[in-house]
Design a protein around this ligand. Structure first.
Ligand SMILES: [Zn+2]
Length: 352
């Protein structure tokens, strides 16, 4: 299929990897990309390839086998192997409960009570749970080379703050001890950079950087005061396309996010696509937006098709689930995303 763009330029069919990298750079694409910056692992996919949680968080071979189902079973343009949010926190020394096949790992307890107690061990990247991710990315790169975009993940310092101090304690610190929060973020951001750079060296084409300054938890001013400059620094120091992930309603902080230098923002269906595109002014691309609980998890294939068509018509060039997919999501619903993108593009090329 050769698509004619509005400018009349003919776009040759692209590899999945080239399509994702072009969409992230705001360059012309042969069709919109099916992209998931966060996990799309499901119990059905785990059973299909015999690579299951919790082992797939800790064994690089199983992690790679489960991750590549995004391409082989679902048809996405990305493979994203870092399913959980705890890999580097485990390496820091946080106590982790790794969960079961049908639930997620979580950090429990607290590792530190003050900024002075925080330190990133010099051998943090040699710990089993960071090594697992790096080994897995090396395996995926050698198998998929330039065919599919390999997306790694390095957690931002705000989310790491929740894990090391406990979410409630950290949020209270932002009120009582803002200077200590800033000092803690300065320590933790070094782990974000180190783990990100190591994943690029291992073969990641793109990195997701989740930093949960979420609409339900903190106000937009928090993003501006604590994270805008820090995120700009991370964008300067991590040399690959970066996708920021924050869940929830985030339109109020998009004017700050767009000035940081992130290539894209992974946004939730609580945000209107057209309004969000206008807020980003083309400075930061948008990805995601298909609702998880209502559409992908409990809806029908027709619901997924309808929502995918709506975001494509609104101008989104990277479409996928809004956040880590519920583990019991039906596979047919997930597959409807790339299938609908392909059908929408085919119809557009005929109309043009
Ligand atoms: Zn999320």
């Amino acid at each position: 299929m050769v698509q004619e763009t509005c400018a009349g330029t003919r776009i040759q069919p692209m590899s999945a990897r080239d399509r994702v990298l072009a969409a992230l750079a705001g360059k012309p694409v042969d069709r919109p990309a099916a992209v998931s910056p966060t996990s799309i692992a499901t119990v059905e996919l785990m059973d299909r390839v015999e690579a299951s949680f919790p082992e797939a968080h800790r064994d690089p071979r199983l992690m790679a086998r489960l991750a590549e189902t995004a391409r082989t079973e679902v048809g996405f343009d990305t493979i994203m192997p870092v399913f959980s949010v705890v890999q580097e926190s485990a390496a820091l020394g946080c106590q982790v409960e790794w969960g079961t096949q049908s639930n997620w790992p979580t950090c429990v307890g607290t590792l530190a009570r003050s900024a002075d107690e925080l330190r990133v061990p010099p051998d943090v990247l040699a710990k089993p749970d960071t090594q697992c991710v790096l080994d897995c990315i090396r395996q995926l790169k050698s198998r998929w080379n330039d065919e599919v975009a390999i997306v790694g993940k390095t957690m931002g310092p705000w989310t790491l703050g929740y894990h090391v101090f406990g979410t409630q304690n950290f949020l209270l610190m932002t009120i009582d001890r803002p200077d200590e929060v800033k000092r803690s973020l300065d320590v933790l951001k070094e782990l974000t950079v180190q783990f990100g750079v190591a994943q690029i060296e291992a073969g990641a084409d793109v990195l997701t950087l989740p930093d949960h300054a979420t609409g339900d938890l903190v106000r937009a001013a928090y993003y501006r005061d604590y994270l805008q400059d820090l995120h700009a620094e991370l964008c300067d120091r991590i040399p690959c396309p970066l996708i920021l992930h924050i869940c929830g309603a985030t339109e109020d902080r998009m004017p700050y996010i767009r000035e940081t230098g992130f290539d894209a923002f992974h946004f939730d269906s609580k945000n209107d696509v057209r309004r969000s595109l206008a807020l980003m002014q083309g400075k930061c691309k948008l990805v995601g937006n298909i609702n998880n609980p209502r559409t992908l998890f409990t809806g029908t294939v027709a619901d997924v098709q309808q929502e995918t068509l709506a975001v494509l018509d609104a101008g989104l060039t990277m479409v996928g689930p809004e956040c880590a997919l519920p583990l019991a999501c039906p596979l047919e619903n997930l597959k409807a995303i790339p299938e609908t993108i392909i059908e929408w593009s085919r119809r557009r090329s005929i109309e043009n």
